[in-house]
Design a protein around this ligand. Structure first.
Ligand code: BYC
Length: 330
């Protein structure tokens, strides 16, 4: 496969690699895991830091649109479930920041880059959650899209990332089910509740399709990332799988996917569907989506409000270290 990509996509040919780079690529091609202390090309390390860091940020920022509904969940049971889900997202962020730290970047550096806008987080979290049905749509569609992307990442070449993804995927399946369960209740409820469910689907459908990234022809990183098995599928492959999986689920709910061009294509064995508005996608990832300022503002405020706690931890750590030093000297 690598030789084919060298021809069609201009990747570095084996004969142009240093012996170290060639040995590394051979390990990847044999599906071996790369572990933190082992040699890796600079580009591999940088790509992983970018993707894992962006993924960690997405988990943390992803808490905000749902956290917004914890106090307004319609029953005690729904509140407990949503609370658990939002806590899981925090845990996912922590697994991923820890995994990224094994590449030699600190969590503080990653957060600094999130806060100053030089690192991204998923476009989806720049859309508002206006009604309770949106929480159903987020679980069903957003977590559904996240799983579609993350299940293959369990086999990614970097050991700590792959192991973090195994834990995360287990929890994501529960998240997707809780969202679909909300949608089932709403869709089978009063006409007003069903209309809320349809409205949530209308607003979240295209932003969910955008989660997989730009179409393959505009994806900057896919070819190299796939050659390194940092990414296992192209953006369009996963988007197609997501549509094929989700359309029957919408039908079961009695809801309509907001796409006139959506049709089953027998020959292809998948649906034909309309592309999202890519101008909107690029505007959102450039910082100009409906909620970008609000989301980043909330993260920066949380960081600043937590300064006293971090200072306390540091003071305690320094004091303990000094005490240990004094004891050792006795
Ligand atoms: N949002 O070359 P491409 C979740 C950027 S949510 C923002 O195809 P790549 C959760 C991309 O970074 C999901 N930016 O990039 C669910 C690049 O810009 P830079 C989080 C995006 O990396 C519920 C440029 O566009 N999951 O977990 O090969 C609750 C060109 O794109 C997006 C992950 O992060 C986007 N949607 O492919 C809570 C999974 N798409 O960096 C949490 C891991 C593209 O050069 N990540 N861009 O400035 C991936 O699989 C890949 O990074 C992507 C993009 C498929 C997302």
């Amino acid at each position: 496969m690598y030789a084919q990509l060298v021809k069609t996509e201009g990747l570095k040919a084996a004969e142009d690699m240093t012996p170290q780079e060639r040995a590394f690529q051979e390990r990847i091609d044999r599906n071996e895991k790369i572990e933190p202390k082992e040699w890796m090309p600079d580009g591999y390390r940088k790509t992983l830091i970018r993707q894992m860091g962006q993924h960690a940020h997405s988990e943390i920022v992803g808490q905000l649109p749902e956290g917004n509904w914890i106090t307004r969940a319609p029953t005690l049971e729904r509140k407990a479930i949503l609370l658990a889900k939002v806590q899981d997202e925090a845990g996912h962020g922590l697994y991923l920041y820890s995994a990224a730290e094994t590449l030699g970047v600190s969590r503080d550096e990653l957060l600094e880059k999130l806060h100053n806008g030089s690192m991204k987080y998923s476009s989806i979290f720049n859309y508002p959650t206006l009604t309770w049905a949106d929480i159903g749509a987020v679980g069903w569609l957003v977590d559904g899209a996240a799983i579609m992307n993350q299940v293959p990442l369990q086999r990614t070449s970097y050991g700590p990332y792959s192991r973090a993804m195994i834990r995360i995927c287990k929890e994501e399946s529960f998240h997707q089910r809780q969202g679909y369960d909300i949608m089932m209740k709403m869709a089978a409820g009063t006409p007003e509740q069903k209309a809320m469910a349809q409205d949530a689907l209308n607003r979240f459908w295209y932003p969910s399709l955008m989660m997989f990234g730009p179409s393959d022809k505009d994806s900057v990183h896919s070819t190299q990332s796939m050659a390194w098995r940092i990414k296992m599928n192209t953006n369009d492959e996963l988007r197609q799988k997501f549509v094929d999986q989700t359309v029957p689920q919408a039908k079961y709910l009695g809801l309509t996917v907001p796409d006139d061009k959506l049709v089953w294509n027998e020959e292809k064995g998948g649906h034909d569907f309309s592309e999202p508005d890519w101008n909107e996608f690029f505007a959102v990832i450039a910082g100009n989506g409906p909620c970008n300022a609000e989301r980043l503002g909330a993260r920066v405020k949380a960081w600043e409000d937590g300064a006293w706690f971090r200072d306390g931890l540091m003071a305690h750590a320094e004091k303990s270290a000094a005490r240990q030093g004094a004891l050792a000297a006795e």
